[in-house]
Design a protein around this ligand. Structure first.
Ligand code: DHB
Ligand code: FE
Length: 289
């Protein structure tokens, strides 16, 4: 039996969420509604813990810098150090990798004409650890191995939505050709609308975010055609992180001629720090274990 994709998970990665968790502030009035929105997700995750997660995220000048800017990088290591800018490294468990599946995905995806950068040593920041905390809470160890896929959305030129959707399709082909019956989730993280700099700092666009979620669910191919300038204009300069959601969406079966996924959970909340928080879980029709 081959590996299969069971679900895609989408979530913002706001660093202040990690700090709120680590500093025991989740019950404070400011944070309580946000964490309440992830309670159904944590419950669902307890019943649907995958054997591995391909976690698409962006590095925020923690592992990479202007010295080296890979557009798409896959982690093939057995573990990843936790580090961060801002609040510093979070007190979370070590992130274990899955070198064998990661190497298989690298091989398959590169042979499908995507030039991934292979990374054998990489520190991971809030872009990866905050989504883990939101979905798993504060365990002593993360419940499964993680394969980080880092996408450059920090320094232009950044990849197009179409390229991201197509990469998701290639990742699906790779996972389905892995010769072990693993249940794999693909996560797309970052977003939603936010701008951290310049005269429009603090921008949030709830109408754009709602439409983005609707179209991500129902018509991702159309969403993939949206140009960068529209992300910038409508979702703010850091709203471009949302292109990463198209990688996870592209990995779902309906883009390979299978039935549409189901919406397990959808949540939206403003504000969290400077950011609108969006979250979605899509499950494959045949994903019950
Ligand atoms: C904030 C949001 C981000 O996505 C990020 O990477 C850094 C900061 C913020 O809301 O402050
Ligand atoms: Fe970010």
């Amino acid at each position: 039996m081959s590996a299969r994709i069971t679900a895609a998970v989408f979530t913002s990665h706001v660093p202040a969420i990690g700090a709120a968790l680590d500093q025991g502030k989740t019950d404070e009035p400011y944070w309580q509604p946000l964490f309440a929105g992830y309670e159904p997700s944590k419950e669902w995750m307890r019943d649907n813990t995958p054997d591995a997660i391909v976690l698409v995220f962006n590095d925020h000048a923690t592992a990479f810098s202007l010295d080296m800017i890979p557009t798409f990088a896959i982690g093939t290591a057995s573990s990843y150090a936790v580090a961060d800018e801002g609040w510093g490294p979070r007190p979370v468990p070590e992130v274990r990798g899955h070198p064998d599946l990661a190497a298989h995905i690298a091989h398959s995806v590169i042979q499908q004409d995507f030039d991934l950068t292979i990374v054998n040593r990489m520190a991971v920041d809030h872009g990866l650890t905050v989504p883990l905390s939101l979905m798993f809470g504060q365990p002593d160890a993360w419940p499964c191995p993680i394969i980080p896929v880092a996408v450059n959305v920090v320094q232009y030129p950044v990849p197009s939505g179409q390229r991201c959707l197509d990469l998701g399709k290639a990742i699906r082909n790779a996972i389905e050709s892995y010769d072990d019956s693993l249940d794999v989730q693909v996560w797309g993280t970052g977003g939603m609308s936010h701008q951290l700099q310049g005269p429009r700092a603090g921008l949030i666009n709830a109408d754009f975010d709602a439409a983005f979620l609707d179209t991500l669910i129902a018509d991702p191919a159309r969403l993939a055609a949206m140009p960068h300038v529209e992300y910038l204009r409508e979702a703010g300069s850091e709203g471009i992180e949302l292109v990463m959601w198209l990688i996870a969406r592209g990995a779902m079966g309906d883009l390979a001629g299978r039935p549409a996924p189901s919406v397990e959970h959808r949540f939206y909340h403003v504000p969290a720090s400077n950011t609108a928080v969006g979250h979605l879980i899509l499950t494959e029709p045949d994903s019950e274990t």
